[in-house]
Write a new protein. Structure first.
Length: 233
């Protein structure tokens, strides 16, 4: 994990310093910011590999900062929040965050999630040949080598986590995958009360690739079982 650059944006000095210590001990290069505006300014100067973003910050909060980042940057974003309600978690994920951690947290959990996100992002951007690089399902084209998605010839921008979920479904097209199996395949950690996390990402993917998300052509739900992409869509 050497040489990866991490940006921590949080208005609490203690949290920034604590996370910086743990991440530096793992070999990461760490930069900090006290609010969203400072984070965006530093993002313009440095090519970071991952951002840890607190939701409640002065001047520009984490939600608006995430929206700004996602306009032209697909790097992994982990949201931090003192709120534990599902609505706050869903809001964070809907803005393009890849993961969400509630305060107070164990710094070792953050380190583990950072490593998991970086492994996934590196794999998605690794141009080493794989078993199969491209999937064509109707008008949907998924290229795992170039990390590109097209629908009817139009480029679709997905976050790293959204792409990972779509790839898992595409590699298992025709099979129904449970929410648990999708979560464990993408997040590389045991499934625990994470139904909303998967469902929110699936909804975001549908909003981007489906003509009518309420009547999806590609990602189908099998009630009480999970999700699938049909062989022919």
């Amino acid at each position: 994990m050497d040489n990866y650059k991490i940006l921590i944006a949080d208005d609490e000095d203690e949290i920034r310093d604590l996370l910086a210590i743990y991440l530096k001990c793992e070999g990461f290069e760490v930069t900090t910011a006290a609010d969203g505006i400072e984070a965006l300014q530093k993002l313009q100067k440095i090519d970071f590999d991952l951002i840890i973003l607190d939701i409640m910050m002065p001047r520009l909060d984490g939600i608006q900062t995430c929206i700004n980042i996602r306009k032209d940057n697909g790097i992994p974003i982990i949201m931090l929040s003192a709120k534990s309600e599902d609505v706050d978690k869903i809001l964070g994920l809907n803005t393009g965050a890849d993961d969400y951690v509630t305060k107070p947290f164990n710094p070792l959990e953050i380190v583990a999630r950072v490593k998991s996100q970086l492994r996934r992002y590196t794999r998605l951007n690794d141009f080493t040949p794989k078993l199969k690089d491209e999937f064509e399902i109707g008008g949907l084209v998924i290229n795992t080598a170039s990390h590109q998605v097209k629908v009817d010839g139009k480029d679709i921008k997905l976050t790293p986590t959204e792409f990972s979920i779509l790839e898992v479904l595409a590699r298992n097209k025709g099979r129904v995958l449970s929410i648990e199996s999708i979560y464990e395949s993408v997040w590389n950690e045991p499934f625990y009360e994470s139904e909303n996390t998967v469902a929110v990402h699936i909804r975001n993917i549908r909003e981007k690739i489906e003509i009518n998300p309420k009547e999806p052509k590609y990602i189908k739900v099998v009630w009480g079982v999970g999700y699938k992409i049909d062989n022919e869509s």
